[in-house]
Design a protein around this ligand. Sequence first.
Ligand code: GLN
Length: 243
Amino acid sequence: SGEEGATLTTIESGKLIMSTNAQFPPYELVSDGEGYEGTGYEGIDVEIAYALAQKLGLELVIDDMDFDGALLAVQNGKSDMVMAGVTVNEERLVNMDFTDSYANGVQVVIVPEDSDIQTIEDLEGKKIGTQRGTTGYLYCSDTVENGGFGEENVVAYDDAIAATQALNNGQVDCVVIDSAPAQEYVKANPGLKILDTEFANEDYAIGVAKGNTALQDALNTALAELQADGTIQSIIDKYIPAE
Ligand code: GLN
């Protein structure tokens, strides 16, 4: 409709700046070509963000950085929203606000095909690779009493590519990461597999600055419209075909 955009204040007038980490297929990845609608990027978040920006009458600008930086950007007024397969959790809700959820995520464990790790319990005493600032890191680095494996056993990499490379090189015994990118990385790296047991179920949502209810409300209204007319499901189905 574009009507919301008329009253919506963003960091740069007329623009909707999205911080993200474009190493997280199929949610966001750098395109080989022009990308979706000439953005240079592709993925579920990219296409949903583009549709949201259109509804708000704003131009989508994508700012690619490390995942923890993408969360900070929205808190420091450098981006209007963070869309990066971001899981809603209590810690993050202290420093930022979230829209309604638009997708689900599951934390899984990637191991070499010949690994002796068969269940989550087997992670005890192993070197666990994660991405810095993610829920995978938070769960695994927690104390054993809290269901984690201890900070000393967890290595935080810049992104999923670096974590997967470390696993390939034998620097870690496994990688804990969201299911959809895990499947893409296992497809691209022969010799790796995903454990059947799931680590955690999560909701993805869009993060905005704490107290930015104008943007939060506008995004929620636009998201509800995109849910109702089937746009969101068709974007998800395009990147994650049903089995
Ligand atoms: N869903 C995870 C989180 O929010 C990982 C997101 C990501 O790495 N892009 O921490």
